[in-house]
Design a protein around this ligand. Structure first.
Ligand code: SF4
Length: 412
């Protein structure tokens, strides 16, 4: 499989939302410079979520997510609205398209949800070729402390496109002020990390997977070196080093073996734990991992994956983790799976969510899922943390992260 030039998770995701017939799809087509979505004067023309990946210079690679109208009252309207809301969870920036002088509770709901998820909002006042927005309307948007641009996505698109790009550039600092490091901050400049990468049936042919590539790049960006080795050769390779490495990072599925082969004073963690910190909030996920030590008969657990794939015979999410969970808990559990964008809305029914590393998800999407779980008072953890608990080595794998260790132990 060819990797796209820019991983999906590395693109700026821009959600486009609003009521029916405000010109969302025209706006998407104008930005894309081509007819990506069908447009018409008939309300509710967009029934499915439409995604368009493109270079939007000078912003760089973006994914535009066009959604169905949030006041769609047709027979399938409720389902379309639900799909649209799910899609909007992936947005780093939310664009609310409105027509001049038309603001309702639907727009307020969008703003409130975006603010709760810490997603910046940009209002696009469209169709100004038909009517200019009144001063009162613009004041209303200003009072709500929302950035806005206005224009027409049909008659004079170029002006609106440029204003939109300038406004998005103005919002970027609010998104990327403090990007967490993947692992470069865990070792000194000139340091050495050993990455233990199993090449088994689940590994793609001829390449490393995205998390491993990202780890290598982050080490290079931080002037550190990397030594990549399979689990079988790890102990022998370690023995050949004159000085121990500054950090060992391994795949969660071989963590027990790597822990056994690593001197106690060498910091060690897993790719999943690194991505827990990078994608979401490690302390919260570590706290969720603590739930595994207190499972009760009948507890319901959701195993969630960020992308869909054909399950392997010994699939990690559908076979291995459920088997280890039942062995570890020593009692009957109800275990459900979900994949891709189908994160369920009935999250409150679960005692715990165990999420994959989410390598193809945006950080915003992972944070949003954690927020939904937290709002429902459901703990969440991830595969790597869970596997390390189930194999009795989580405290060792959390050793570089003392706060997360405390959270796991229930101190925080
Ligand atoms: S299941 Fe999760 S970790 Fe695995 S490839 Fe998909 S998004 Fe990445």
């Amino acid at each position: 499989m060819m990797l796209p030039n820019t991983p999906k998770a590395g693109r700026l995701h821009i959600g486009i939302a609003g009521r029916v017939n405000v010109g969302k799809s025209s706006f998407l087509n104008m930005l894309a410079g081509q007819d990506v979505a069908i447009t018409s004067a008939i309300p509710g023309t967009t029934t499915d979520v439409v995604e368009k990946t493109m270079e939007l210079l000078p912003l760089g690679p973006v994914t535009l997510i066009d959604t169905a109208g949030l006041d769609d009252s047709s027979d399938l309207g409720a389902q379309r609205i639900e799909m649209s809301k799910k899609a909007l969870r992936r947005a780093d920036i939310l664009t609310i398209v409105v027509t001049p002088d038309a603001w309702s509770g639907h727009e307020d709901d969008l703003v409130n949800e975006a603010r709760a998820a810490k997603v910046p909002v940009l209002v696009v006042i469209n169709k100004t070729d038909l009517k200019e927005p009144s001063p009162d309307f613009l004041s209303l948007i200003d009072v709500k402390r929302l950035a806005w641009v206005s224009g027409s996505s049909t008659a004079s698109g170029e002006g609106l496109r440029q204003a939109f790009k300038d406004a998005v550039r103005g919002l970027l600092p609010t998104l990327y002020t403090a990007p967490p490091s993947l692992l470069g901050d865990l070792l000194p400049a000139g340091g050495l990390a050993v990455l233990v990468v199993p090449i088994d049936l689940g590994a793609p042919a001829g390449r490393l997977i995205v998390p491993q590539v990202q780890a290598l790049r982050d080490l290079l960006d931080n002037d550190a070196g990397a030594l990549v080795v399979k689990d079988r050769e790890y102990a022998a390779t370690l023995a050949r080093l004159k000085t121990p490495p500054d950090l060992v990072v391994c795949d969660s599925q071989v963590v027990a073996r790597v822990v056994a082969d690593t001197p106690r004073d060498v910091p060690l963690t897993t790719f999943s734990i690194l991505f827990a910190r990078f994608k979401g909030e490690l302390d919260g996920l570590a706290r969720g991992a603590g739930v595994l030590n207190h499972l009760r008969p009948g507890d319901r657990i959701l195993i969630a994956e960020g992308c869909s794939h054909h399950p392997l015979e010994d699939d990690i999410g559908r076979v291995k983790i459920p088997r280890w969970l039942r062995q570890f808990a020593g009692c009957e559990l109800t275990i459900d799976n979900c994949a891709g964008h189908d994160f369920p809305l009935n999250i409150a029914d679960y005692r715990l969510v165990i999420h994959c590393g989410g390598c193809v998800m945006t950080r915003q999407e992972m944070v949003s899922r954690m927020g939904e779980a937290a709002a429902a008072r459901v703990q969440m953890t991830n595969y790597g943390l869970a596997i390390s608990v189930l194999q009795g080595v989580l405290e060792r794998a959390l050793s570089p992260f003392p706060n997360a260790m405390e959270a796991y132990r229930g101190v925080l």
